[in-house]
Design a binder for this molecule. Structure first.
Ligand code: G6P
Length: 607
């Protein structure tokens, strides 16, 4: 949700900023802009609506004077529409800044500023922040930042240029992410490491309420008292290649194909001598002994992974699990206490609602365990325990590999609880762990379904409405398949537990509404077949995704996707691959922007 970058050093800033913005574009792509610090205390700002390529064209046409220090922003609109005026950077007086986050009290600040005849040109909360910094500016950037931050409420990561401090960038954050690196060519700051990995793998997260001051000689991390603070360094375990398409047409396609590896690196280090082992993560067994119920909270795809976790844990362990969208959990006065284990699932580790849900769970005394992909992210740092998924950077807005490794993490946790509480026999546990270990291979096989899924995707590519049906563990996958399809193909799609269809939604079924039926839950196969027949009788074309022998029902499917056979508990993984390819090829057929669908952003750091 908005990508920001800053650079100060011996190279030309423009190239570094534009390249960085291209890599951050998945965070938002409504408009983009850069501001370049010029030695004669002048700051040159260039911005445009549209994608980073349009900014690049504009910058090339204007050929701005050489600058060795600047900031850049790619926007996901919150306050105010997609216009050039609303695009960042925003300037006022000596101050030019970029912002990721939301200033919640911006209207009160705007009223205060209006009293001294200061009015914004844009509709953004960011311009109000720029006006506040400028209004308070006393020639001392650090003091000004401290005073301004005391007045600002909400989430922010700011990179600020002060015209009378050329070739310096001042950065501060609250909740929204900022990471920094330096090398012999200068200092760099960005929303996340995808923009910086080519400059260094050693980085630090700017601590909240500290100021990172970037110059060509390096980065100084200062507290508000002006004292230098030693940053906590982290090391990225992936390299620049992981954030490239590497010959694939889209990041999404590449990420679908990366799933065997992501599963391998997420699962296998946690299985030692045939036992699930979280010692490296320093997650004690006692965490899994001393709770009476589990609440999983997350957003979007991560919540669908949570739904899989619920079905799995309730089925295998008979422990009650509820799944709450983080945006509801945080305001819903959830029934949790010190006997509840709250699990927060998040690819980015920065989703504002999930982070707020974590804060609430901690306030209520619950133990918190996060399943997070981005190392050192806010949710990872703030929860009591974290089980990292190792998917590497996920760039496509539609989540694929992050989803399967989130499920894998939940399966690991399920196996761990089973062993700590003796809820499965040795033999059952052994089989469970064997199945889990074989997932990378199974997914390898499932990937071979690609040509078939490409072909059958034509069943959906012209439609405007569609349903996904499933029962039991198949239902969360129906939710995920439906979400994936709608986000990248713009087809209206709904997921239903198949038995519910006849209680209303069946009124929407016509011969223009295809149905994707997921049929892997053995005990409900006959029921699913009946449900499919009900919609088929009303004209629907049916795509069945199954690992079952359907030869007894030759007439139900208009198209059939046969998944590789796995233990019944593990079908969510193979189904995932099928629904991912399906939505990918539908989006492709429709000529849409697969990796950057309209209105969406990868990391949602606002409420
Ligand atoms: C956005 C993304 C989704 C993602 C959700 C939660 O909506 O578009 O793909 O599932 O945020 O993100 P998180 O980083 O918390 O998993």
């Amino acid at each position: 949700m908005c990508g920001i970058i800053g650079y100060c050093g011996s190279n030309h800033a423009t190239d570094i900023l534009l390249d960085g913005l291209s890599k951050l574009e998945y965070r938002g792509y409504d408009s983009a802009g850069i501001a370049l610090s010029q030695n004669e205390q002048r700051i040159e700002t260039i911005k445009t609506t549209g994608k980073v390529q349009e900014l690049r064209n504009k910058v090339m046409a204007l050929a701005p004077k050489n600058s060795y220090c600047g900031i850049g922003h790619t926007r996901w609109a919150t306050h105010g529409g997609v216009t050039e005026t609303n695009a960042h950077p925003h300037s006022n007086g000596s101050v030019t800044l970029i912002h990721n986050g939301i200033i919640e009290n911006y209207s009160e600040i705007a009223l205060e500023l209006a009293k001294v005849n200061k009015f914004p040109k844009s509709q953004t909360d960011t311009e109000i922040a720029a006006m506040l910094f400028s209004h308070l500016y006393n020639g001392n950037p650090l003091e000004t930042i401290e005073t301004a931050c005391a007045k600002l409420e909400g989430a922010y990561a700011f990179c600020i240029l002060f015209a009378d401090h050329p070739n310096e960038i001042y950065c501060v954050r609250n909740a929204s992410p900022l990471v920094a690196v330096e090398n012999e060519f200068g200092s760099y700051i960005a929303s996340d490491m995808t923009a910086l990995i080519e400059y260094s793998k050693d980085y630090f997260i700017v601590p909240e309420h500290h100021v990172a001051k970037l110059t060509k000689n390096g980065i100084k991390l200062l507290n508000f008292a002006g004292n230098e603070v030693k940053p906590t360094m982290l090391h990225a375990s992936w390299d620049a290649d992981s954030a490239q398409k590497n010959g694939y047409a889209h990041f999404m396609l590449k990420e679908i194909h990366e799933q065997p590896d992501s599963l391998l690196t997420t699962i296998m280090p946690r299985i030692k001598n045939g036992v699930i082992n979280f010692e490296e993560e320093q997650i004690p067994d006692s965490l899994f002994m001393n709770f009476s119920n589990i609440v999983i909270t997350a957003c979007g795809t991560a919540m669908n992974a949570g739904l899989v976790g619920k079905s799995l844990i309730e089925k295998v362990l008979r422990i009650p699990v509820s799944v709450e969208p983080a945006s509801e959990f945080r305001y819903g006065d959830p029934i949790i206490d010190d006997k509840t284990l709250v699990m927060i699932i998040s690819q980015s580790g920065e989703t504002a609602d999930s982070l707020a849900a974590l804060h609430l769970a901690k306030e209520r005394g619950s133990k918190t365990l996060a399943i997070v992909n981005v190392k050192g992210s806010s949710i990872a740092r703030e929860s009591d325990y974290v089980l990292y998924t190792h998917a590497g950077p996920e760039i496509a807005v539609a989540s694929t590999k992050a989803f399967t490794v989130q499920m894998a993490a939940l399966y690991l946790i399920c196996g761990k609880i089973a062993s700590v509480r003796n809820l499965l026999s040795q033999e059952q546990l052994h089989t469970f762990i064997e199945e889990l270990s074989s997932l990378p291979k199974v997914i390898e096989t499932a990937l071979q379904l690609e040509p078939t899924l490409k072909e059958v995707s034509s069943m959906l590519s012209e439609t405007s409405d569609c349903f996904f049906l499933g029962r039991g563990l198949d239902y969360p996958l129906a939710c995920e398949g439906s979400l994936k399809l709608k986000e990248i193909s713009y087809i209206h799609s709904e997921a239903y537990v198949a038995g519910e269809l006849k209680h209303g939604p069946i009124a929407l079924i016509t011969d223009q509404v295809p149905v994707v039926a997921i049929v892997t839950n053995t005990i409900t196969v006959p029921k699913m077949i009946s449900n499919i027949r009900e919609v088929k009788a009303r004209g629907s074309k049916i795509l069945v995704i199954t690992d079952q022998d359907m030869s007894a029902y030759p007439d139900v499917a208009d198209a059939l996707i046969e998944l590789p056979k796995t233990d019944e508990l593990f079908t969510p993984f193979t189904i995932s691959v099928a629904v991912q390819f399906l939505s990918y090829y539908v989006s492709l057929h429709r000529g849409l922007d697969v990796d950057q669908p309209r209105n969406l952003a990868k990391s949602v750091t606002v409420e």
